[in-house]
Design a protein around this ligand. Sequence first.
Ligand SMILES: Cc1cc2nc3c(=O)[nH]c(=O)nc-3n(C[C@H](O)[C@H](O)[C@H](O)COP(=O)(O)OP(=O)(O)OC[C@H]3O[C@@H](n4cnc5c(N)ncnc54)[C@H](O)[C@@H]3O)c2cc1C
Length: 439
Amino acid sequence: MSAVSRRNVLRGGLVATTAGVVAPGTVAEAVAAADGASCPAPPGPAMVGHGDRRYRSLASRGYNRRVVGEPEHVWVVGTTAHVVRAAQQAVDSGGRITVRSGGHGFENFVADPAVEVVVDMSAMTGVSYDPARRAFAVEAGALLGDVYRRLYLGWGVTIPAGWCADVGVGGHILGGGYGPLSRLMGLSVDHLYAVEVVVVDRRGRARAVVATREPSDPHRDLWWAHTGGGPGTFGIVTRYWFRTPADGDDPSGLLPAPPAGVLSFQVSWDWEKLDRTSFARLVRNHGAWAEQHSAPDSPYLALYSELALTRRPSGTVFMIGQVAADSGAERMLDEHIAALNRGVPVQPVRPVRNQAWLAAALAGSPGDPGPVYRLKVKSGYLRRRFTDRQIEALHHHLTRTDYDHPGGGVSLYTHGGKVNTVAPDATATPHREASIKMF
Ligand SMILES: Cc1cc2nc3c(=O)[nH]c(=O)nc-3n(C[C@H](O)[C@H](O)[C@H](O)COP(=O)(O)OP(=O)(O)OC[C@H]3O[C@@H](n4cnc5c(N)ncnc54)[C@H](O)[C@@H]3O)c2cc1C
């Protein structure tokens, strides 16, 4: 999907796309009657423009400051009905509209000079169990940390989503949702039961539609499109429902349970001691290990690692990760490091930490704005390890001296396991043979 077509999100693009997926007149509108009545009033709707003191907080809360936008106004919304209203207003006025949830997108799909209206989902953060759908309902503005905390404390379950607790569920799920537990449990979208999404039909009417994975659901295609088809492409998601394909009425059996504890680690290799040969050996060993252990029957599925091949001026090549196992975690990590370091004459430094699972999942303190980042990121999936020629090119660019910026690099994430048990066409995330995810 090109950047241009993604950016068409909710103007012409949405109208055309949804008209193809959801036949007007046959859709079940998600009635927003449940919004509010006997509950405390939700925030919004508020149309925040330049003169409003909230404007700056709302308009500039994106993670990647390489891209900036200055929308005419930002909608604060608290219910699905508010989102429908915001979308309708943008359609009627012809304003280019987009949506922001956690603000952790890498590209300029939200922060862009061409965007006129932003719907900000950050006040819609509910996480609850919906007995009618036998699934966990998560509002799109929730951050992953909110989701982990509430699902785990409430029912002892989780979804295998990303490592950064600040990422928004709104955009994350639409890209597949990959994290430290995915080798054990699959992608987040493998547990997605339904979405509620605000779309605009061919007559220019905004409305909310619920699409489920039920084979009999006439909107099943719309559900499928939300299992990796890309964020902001088909409409504004207001709510997700999660349930692993499973039977039973006990909520604690409807999603996977994480381990009680994890072993978190950070391993680093001093760049000064890594020459061309030992660097190549380390990368080759890592690729071989990932290939060997990407099958669903690997005994190392609990081990997740991110090897960061940084630029030499940064000082160290490092690997962070966790072993999500209640027993045998130290042994697994020792064996992993030994396999990577075979023939590498540099002893890595290896701090480790035993943590309760929830503490590890919440690392990164949601809400902390942290440093300002300006990034350009590309990603890809590898079935096989890098060839020697590719490793040579990597080494050249990471060590070249005609460019002295310490930033930049290539990160290699262990992949596969349970992710690779799902058919490529079962969801809109077709990469089901990879051994490494690369950023
Ligand atoms: C520090 C960091 C760590 C990350 N870690 C991981 C990881 O471990 N695993 C992983 O898989 N990914 C990871 N990502 C990538 C992340 O999942 C995506 O960038 C995701 O799109 C961010 O979602 P967001 O809601 O936070 O971002 P936003 O900037 O709010 O949105 C990103 C995109 O999604 C669209 N969008 C947002 N909300 C909605 C909605 N409600 N309905 C429709 N479209 C919407 C936006 O319009 C935009 O195009 C990480 C990103 C960062 C910056």
